[in-house]
Design a protein around this ligand. Sequence first.
Ligand code: ZN
Length: 246
Amino acid sequence: MRILFSLMSTFSILCTLAPAKAAAVPDYTQLFPQVYARQGPPLKRIALTFDDGPDGTYTPQILTILKREHIHATFFVLGTQILRYPNVLRQIHREGHALGNHSFDHANLVKLSTQGRAWEVTTTDREMRRLMGIHTTWVRAPYGSINAAVLQQLGQMGYHVVNWSVDSNDWRSLSAEQVEKNVLTEVRPGAIILQHCAGNPREILTGSVSALPTIIHTLRARGYTFVTVPELLSPDTRTVHAKHGK
Ligand SMILES: [Zn+2]
């Protein structure tokens, strides 16, 4: 479904933008600095993020690797998946990782009404509270699909919206070598890396899981440390960010 949507959205973007190349995409990090981020300040810290879970196949494997490496990551979870795998959700939380809200059923928030968007986010939030008693203010929009209306609404609801600066493209069932290359060639200080910990049956994430130890060891050798998204984007680091003037 994601593949289909991706093709459709690429097609519609091409159709929309082709006649008017001058129509630049707004820089939402400048327009909504308190609400939206794609990366952290330019320090040698990186956030690993895993979307679309939890599941019973890949998520536990990823948790095992992260535990062995003593790394805390951030998991943007779906409402549909936390209802199916509540114990894996609890394990993520128990092992010290950060949790974010990835909507209820992977809806494209840009295409929904105000009420529909609120339902997607608050229903997942309610289930997380019910299952674990926690509330997260961190949201990742499915497909990274955002616009001013989405950011304004989620900001008013008290959420922070986080996309990514490095896309592993792992959901395309890539090999470990391809995932490693996609990540390691794009990483910069403050990067937020996108991987997945669940997907539809056509999205084989074996390569992505296999790539994870290499990604971690290589980035450590380059002097990076790993933090959660809340740590990466905390007000303290935003202050540092401002001092750097970027
Ligand atoms: Zn997703």
